[in-house]
Design a protein around this ligand. Structure first.
Ligand SMILES: Cc1cc2nc3c(=O)[nH]c(=O)nc-3n(C[C@H](O)[C@H](O)[C@H](O)COP(=O)(O)OP(=O)(O)OC[C@H]3O[C@@H](n4cnc5c(N)ncnc54)[C@H](O)[C@@H]3O)c2cc1C
Length: 504
């Protein structure tokens, strides 16, 4: 008898997408995450729910269509965390205008019945009326199209809670150290608890490697005789500012930076996030540090498009993540590497899923389960995730941060009353002290970093305020969990180290 039917390694978008798919099809499933859910790439995305208009330039129509289809299910099943967002593209010159006229019309067509709203073209005057902070010298027209936007790490929490409701088991801070093999086939994993040092093992019929940029490390563990090179990591950096720095209800897509990339300027949680992706990196890291020249490049590009001059001192936070791309044979420019996902089966039966993007997490889960059923001749089960409302689902429009809990927001209010505590964790952050207690009780919070980076988004919105809020968060957690002063001190010094990556 095995402990589980399926073990999933990795608690990012890919792993949790697989977990919800497996549990919703009736498989007894365990998910293991070495750090916290979203510690890797999945909390550091640009927060777009999109088909990927820029991938049209690579003529990747099937990929864009798949993204647009998944955008629809994403927005439909988690309306408390994801919503429609308009995107304005500032344009200059006739060639750019024709290119983007074609592009957004193809984008609308590919979405078919799942289109959000029709795109439209704007004169120079209309463009400047829609986004008054745009630099008039940089444009002679514009276009508006529609995609979605979301809170990535809160979406992981919603997937986690959905998975648990479906009967799944998920453990954060449990790292897979070794595979257990039986007759040449992987039949389980040896795991170490990263907080206590405890060693555990779990058995299962099937094991899925969903470890993003670290996939090759797990493949090397599974097949030490081979050297795996399946994933290329591309780094992206984002700068966060107060929203007054560039006030616009539309997100802005700068179509061509001086080095041929795109740059987004997005309203998010009452701030603006400015960033770009696709710097190739040699070494994969879960917590990469932004390169100084990339910060300068983003700021310089923002200043080309902004009517006001924005300075470095106005940056409230910096975050940086690495995209796991399926490594092609002969492509060195990561912007040109396809965002498609790929499934692999090693000789000893480890199933690996790599590539893709956040928007298509559901589809990646569905394809992985279909693949397992086909490869191992299992009876076919039907995917039901298209219509699965995720934990917290509500159509009520709540204001942030209570919107992050959706239908569960009433629980946070109950905790406020229970503790008679209506205070914020910091005057410059929107988060309530009662949220921390809710997160400890219901959201598998183990460290103050979990709270400040991924359950709230404090570290992403204002890194200095997050550092200043850390002592009160440590105190609230320690009271709820009956931890001592020593625990609080250790937490504060570890958090400071991580937080330094989010500061300039
Ligand atoms: C800068 C940037 C911007 C992006 N923007 C967007 C966007 O706007 N929209 C979009 O759709 N996509 C976007 N993407 C892509 C998307 O974020 C990624 O495709 C997705 O988050 C990858 O998720 P993952 O689960 O594969 O990897 P990860 O999130 O990295 O998860 C892998 C997990 O595996 C765990 N792990 C590793 N080894 C072990 C082990 N031995 N035991 C247990 N666990 C282990 C890690 O701790 C990690 O949490 C962006 C990517 C980047 C880099």
């Amino acid at each position: 008898m095995t402990d589980f039917e399926i073990i999933i390694i990795g608690g990012g978008a890919t792993g949790l997408g697989c977990a919800v798919e497996a549990a919703s099809r009736g498989y007894k499933t365990l998910l293991l995450e070495a750090a916290d859910y979203g510690k890797g790439t999945s909390s550091k995305s640009t927060k777009l729910v999109h088909g990927g208009i820029r991938y049209l330039a690579n003529f990747d129509f099937a990929l864009v269509k798949e993204g647009l289809e998944e955008r629809y299910y994403f927005l439909k099943n988690a309306p408390h965390l994801a919503s429609q967002q308009s995107y304005l593209i500032p344009l200059q010159g006739i060639v750019e205008k024709i290119k983007y006229w074609l592009g957004i019309k193809i984008y609308d067509q590919l979405a078919g019945s799942k289109k959000l709203a029709a795109s439209r073209f704007l004169s120079k005057q209309q463009t400047l009326r829609e986004a008054k902070d745009l630099n008039a010298d940089k444009i002679d027209g514009g276009a508006i199209y529609y995609d979605g936007q979301f809170d990535d790490s809160r979406m992981l929490v919603s997937l986690l809670k959905t998975f648990e409701q479906l009967g799944g088991t998920a453990l954060n801070y449990h790292k897979v150290e070794e595979f257990i093999c039986d007759d040449g086939k992987i039949s389980g994993v040896n795991v170490s608890n990263q907080l206590t040092g405890e060693k555990l093992n779990f058995t299962a019929k099937f094991v899925i490697n969903a470890t993003g940029t670290l996939s090759d490390k797990l493949l090397d563990l599974a097949e030490p005789q081979l050297k795996h090179n399946t994933v290329a990591a591309a780094q992206g950096t984002h700068l966060v500012f107060d929203k007054e720095v560039f006030d616009s209800e539309h997100a802005i897509l700068v179509p061509q930076t001086s080095d041929g990339r795109v740059l987004f300027i997005l309203p998010w949680h009452d701030k603006i996030v400015v960033g770009t992706t696709d710097v190739k990196v040699a070494e994969a890291s879960l917590e990469p540090k932004a390169q100084a020249e990339e910060i300068d490049f983003i700021l310089a590009t923002l200043n080309q498009y902004s009517a006001k001059t924005v300075t470095k001192s106005e940056i409230k936070a910096v975050f940086c993540g690495q995209r796991p791309l399926v490594r092609p044979q002969n492509q060195t420019n990561t912007a040109k590497i396809s965002r498609k996902h790929e499934l692999m089966l090693s000789k000893n039966s480890l199933v690996t899923i790599v590539g893709g993007k956040w928007t298509i997490y559901r589809r990646m889960g569905q394809d992985t389960l279909d693949f397992i059923e086909k490869q191992f001749n299992l009876p076919t089960t039907k995917s039901v995730s298209h219509d699965l409302q995720l934990f917290g689902y509500t159509q009520d429009k709540l204001s942030y941060p209570l919107s992050a809990y959706g239908a569960q927001s009433s629980q946070v209010k109950l905790i406020q009353e229970e503790l008679n505590n209506f205070a914020l964790i910091h005057p410059d952050l929107p988060y309530l002290q009662a949220e921390i207690i809710y997160q400890v009780r219901y959201e598998q919070v183990k460290t103050i970093e979990d709270v400040l980076a991924r359950r709230t988004r404090a570290l992403f919105l204002n890194s200095q305020a997050a550092i200043e809020a850390a002592p009160i968060v440590a105190k609230l957690m320690a009271q709820e969990l009956a931890y001592d002063e020593k625990w609080q001190e250790a937490q504060l010094s570890t958090f400071k180290l991580t937080a330094s990556n989010f500061c300039l």
